[in-house]
Design a protein around this ligand. Structure first.
Ligand SMILES: [Ca+2]
Ligand SMILES: [Ca+2]
Length: 140
């Protein structure tokens, strides 16, 4: 909780003028701020990677100290992706580069403030699937 102290003086127009001075303490109450900077650590995965392969991890920040953030998927591209309890995005169904080279997922982060606030992000959540090529496999 932040607190400010201000001093107010009022002066009349009499002669001689009289004045009175009083101090006030103004207290700022914290309100819940929206989480922000929702990000996915990696967007690329090899096609035919085994189920449960983690593509990347979601992360976000929140100005409010000590709040717990939880992640969920608004759009999991037909159930192809899911989240583990730590915000890891993993493959839940098999995928095929020749059928679809880019998948679209929308993630959401929610804090545990009162009221709970959330942010969802799709602009950074497309994830690109690469053909199974040996040079790519080593990067995963
Ligand atoms: Ca706040
Ligand atoms: Ca918050």
């Amino acid at each position: 909780m932040l607190s400010y102290s201000i001093k107010v003086r009022s002066v009349d127009s009499g002669s001689p003028s009289q004045s009175v001075e009083t101090s006030f303490n103004i207290t700022l109450n914290d309100i819940n701020d929206q989480p922000r900077a929702l990000q996915l650590s990696n967007y690329k995965v090899t096609e035919n990677a085994p189920l449960n392969t983690v593509v990347g991890n979601l992360s976000a920040s929140d100005e409010d100290k000590g709040q717990k953030l939880s992640f969920s998927l608004v759009d999991d591209d037909g159930g192809k992706f899911a989240l583990d309890s730590k915000g890891g995005l993993y493959k839940a169904k098999s995928t095929d580069y020749e059928t679809s080279a880019v998948h679209y997922v929308v993630a959401k982060v929610t804090d545990n403030g009162q009221p709970a606030l959330s942010v969802s992000d799709c602009k950074n959540s497309s994830y690109v699937e690469y053909p199974r090529v040996s040079s790519w496999q080593n990067t995963l």
